[in-house]
Ligand binder design. Structure first.
Ligand SMILES: CCC(=O)SCCNC(=O)CCNC(=O)[C@H](O)C(C)(C)COP(=O)(O)OP(=O)(O)OC[C@H]1O[C@@H](n2cnc3c(N)ncnc32)[C@H](O)[C@@H]1OP(=O)(O)O
Length: 337
């Protein structure tokens, strides 16, 4: 059993302005030990999506970046922004360890989202915040986030990380789509679908471990693995921000895991109902992390999914669980992609 590094979170310097620019330090890994990053290479997650505007005490406004084709707001964006709002009201020595959210209404991409923070409790070890994400005067998400003072313990364990190819040996989703586009026998509608995917400005980079399974070319077990990281530079040292970015990333491609055994069906309506997340160790969300997603159950137009985000050195960084509503229809021959 690999050893978890629960205590090491304390070595990280947190900042009150959680989206403040960070420059690398000398002891950063070789991948990131470059000169301070030019503004245009910084992750849009930091410069825009998670950079909330403060309107009043404990009241923030967030804007949108990428909006899915469903034309409802991406759940990960709302969770990430809610966690930013909550984190702004806790002191620097507190670290997010969990959050629990319900998506109660679809998010409207034509207006900003307001985040109202309630300082539910400040305890000696744990501090709890409740955040309501509001549009048109009504909640679209309710979220509780809990923060903890660092408390080292002799109890430390984790399951081992799955053994998979390294990200350097795999193709990004964009490279894979370009490959599929070069296939001679592709139908016009498949081409259109792929080009739409390419035009998406998702601020996450991904490298599927098993592309055919990832894209549901064949039925398989309800489990998928891919390397993921924020697109662009974020930098070391701001653990609050990395947790918010991971919350954003964790909702991407998670619920689709439920559909993997059912290649004869496609989603007619798919939306996450709730999302819970637990943070275990320090990590950098702009470095490759393995996202292991599985679905232990589906039924009654709902599906349960569980996700684990692994640092590439084998440390379990975060876990999450989500239930979603999935209504499906049979795939017709010319709508395969
Ligand atoms: C993939 C990860 C993501 O990021 S998803 C984005 C984050 N999650 C969300 O946006 C979900 C937000 N929450 C919601 O939209 C609501 O809570 C949901 C889940 C829809 C609740 O559903 P429900 O209580 O049925 O709401 P509603 O009456 O407003 O209906 C919504 C649409 O669904 C339909 N519906 C309802 N029941 C059925 C049924 N049994 N069979 C078929 N359709 C059904 C309703 O007609 C309604 O459809 P429409 O929107 O009017 O076209």
């Amino acid at each position: 059993m690999a050893e978890g590094k629960v205590g090491e979170i304390g070595a990280v310097n947190q900042l009150t302005d959680i989206t403040e620019s960070q420059t690398p330090t000398e002891d950063e890994s070789s991948e990131s030990s470059v000169a301070p990053c030019p503004q245009d290479l910084r992750s849009v997650l930091v410069t825009s999506v998670l950079n909330l505007e403060q309107l009043d005490i404990d009241l923030y406004r967030g804007t949108h970046h990428w909006v899915p084709s469903t034309q409802r707001l991406f759940g990960g964006q709302i969770i990430g922004q809610a966690l930013v709002a909550a984190a702004k009201s806790v002191s620097d020595n507190l670290y997010a360890h969990s959050l629990h959210c319900y998506f109660v209404r679809p998010g409207d991409p034509t207006v900003p989202v307001l985040y109202q923070v309630d300082r539910t409790r400040d305890g000696r070890s744990f501090t709890v915040r409740s955040v309501k994400a509001i549009q048109h005067g009504q909640p679209i998400l309710i979220c509780q986030a809990s923060f903890q003072v660092l408390q080292p313990s002799p109890l430390q364990h984790q399951f081992p990380m799955p053994v998979v190819p390294q990200p350097e040996d795999l193709l990004t989703v964009e490279e894979l789509i370009q490959r599929y586009l070069s296939q001679a026998d592709l139908t016009e509608s498949a081409k259109q679908g792929l080009n739409k995917l390419l035009a998406n400005e998702v601020p996450i980079e991904m490298k599927p471990i098993s592309p055919a399974h990832f894209y549901r070319f064949a039925s398989g077990e309800p489990r998928r693995l891919f390397w993921a990281r924020a697109r662009g530079y974020i930098g070391e040292g701001n653990m609050k921000l990395h947790c918010c970015v991971a919350a954003y990333v964790s909702d991407y491609a998670l619920l689709g895991t439920v559909l993997l055994p059912y290649s004869k069906y496609k989603a007619r309506f798919i939306a996450s109902l709730d999302h819970a997340m637990w943070f275990h160790s320090t990590f950098r969300s702009d470095e490759w992390m393995l996202y292991e997603c599985d679905s232990p159950w589906a039924g009654s137009s709902r599906g349960l999914v569980q996700g684990r985000l692994w640092r590439r050195d084998g440390v379990l960084a975060a876990s999450c669980s989500q239930e979603g509503v999935l209504r499906v229809k049979p795939v017709t021959e010319n709508s395969k992609l």
